[in-house]
Design a protein around this ligand. Structure first.
Ligand code: FAQ
Length: 316
């Protein structure tokens, strides 16, 4: 087959909603875009364990601790499925981790903000997982098969995460004056960074056009952000709290909520590594990786021993 035939076969699969699988021919740029997005998504899950991990030992009850522990473990699992999905494209876990640790690879801006109070556990679950899930529901239909399939299970778990976050805030919102204030404060601090999770405006999004054509992305950054605002603007009413945006208002002509301008300078500053916790997060990841060296050494030594024993038995 000539290259043009391969290209045509690829295009036809995309047009006919047939998933691209690891052994299929694909353009180099499609491969690279998927590796970039999937690995950055994996890094986000793993770095995303840190702000919540910080509160496991300080959860207010055994029940809350068990829920938070399960949630943080789920995020670790999501990272592992995603690293595996990226590996099917020909990169290795070691390369991806090295890119994260060197600062070459990005991860979601949201995880560079500090988790200051228990209410932040609720706000992260409700807003951060809420934003993540909207994006990930769309990614269940992404064109690369292993990524789409990983997303199905991830979405089931994320929906539990979002509910537990909302319920945590609901309890606080019906509590003492201090608890109510803590709930409102967490919402105030996490609202704008959550909106930034969807990425730059469509007009500034360098990858969107091509990713939409390849059906890697099925909705644009602004479409998903609007969907999120519309959902949260209704849910906040149940909490009896407010969103920190004076411009938030239902627009009957558009059939959507209007909302205020995002601070894009802050967004790019965080993406470039200058957010409140960027250094702390990367140092924590590097430290965990170094401290886990003995586990990787032990696993390799065990595999080596097993192989030698099997070879000996086969030769006997
Ligand atoms: N932070 O051209 P676009 C979670 C970068 S999972 C940092 O629009 P694209 C679960 C972007 O990489 C959350 N960088 O890019 C959880 C690009 O730079 P590059 C993560 C960002 O890829 C919950 C440049 O800006 N979810 O939260 C961000 O088409 C709770 C231009 O942007 C995913 O990763 C950002 N927010 O669209 C865990 C979902 N936004 O790479 C623990 C998969 C953009 O060219 C606790 N990813 N950039 O150097 C995606 O859907 C897409 O990659 C977007 C960005 C939508 C994030």
């Amino acid at each position: 087959m000539a290259v043009t035939d391969f290209e045509q076969a690829f295009r036809e699969k995309i047009d006919n909603e047939i998933k691209i699988e690891p052994k299929d021919w694909m353009p180099d740029a499609y491969r690279k875009t998927n590796i970039r997005q999937i690995s950055q998504h994996a890094h986000s899950e793993i770095v995303g364990m840190l702000p919540e991990g910080n509160w496991i030992s300080r959860a207010p009850s055994l029940k809350r601790k068990a829920i938070l522990l399960a949630k943080v473990q789920d995020e670790g699992g999501h990272g592992l499925y995603l690293y595996s999905a990226a590996e099917t494209l020909g990169t290795s876990r070691d390369e991806m981790i090295a890119d994260l640790h060197s600062g070459k690879a990005k991860y979601s801006s949201i995880f560079n903000y500090p988790s200051l109070t228990w209410a932040d556990m609720g706000a992260i679950g409700w807003l951060v997982d809420g934003a993540a899930i909207l994006n990930q529901v769309m990614l269940c239909r992404t064109s690369y098969g292993p990524y789409a399939r990983a997303m199905v299970r991830i979405c089931k778990e994320e929906s539990f995460h979002q509910r537990q976050g909302f319920e945590t805030l609901l309890v606080l919102s019906r509590g003492s004056a201090e608890q109510k204030a803590m709930c409102q404060d967490a919402i105030n601090r996490w609202w704008w960074p959550s909106l930034m999770m969807f990425g730059p405006k469509d007009s500034e999004s360098t990858n969107s056009d091509q990713s939409m054509k390849w059906k890697i992305k099925r909705k644009t950054n602004d479409e998903l952000r609007q969907q999120f605002v519309d959902m949260i603007a209704e849910q906040i009413k149940v909490l009896g709290m407010t969103l920190p945006d004076a411009d938030l208002k239902w627009n009957a002509t558009r059939n959507h909520y209007d909302f205020g301008e995002i601070n894009w300078e802050e967004f790019w500053n965080v993406v470039k590594g200058n957010g409140p916790c960027n250094i702390q997060r990367l140092n924590a990841r590097r430290k965990a990786h170094d401290e886990g060296q003995w586990v990787r050494d032990a696993a390799l030594a065990y595999a080596e021993k097993k192989r030698a024993r099997e070879q000996k038995e086969a030769a006997a």
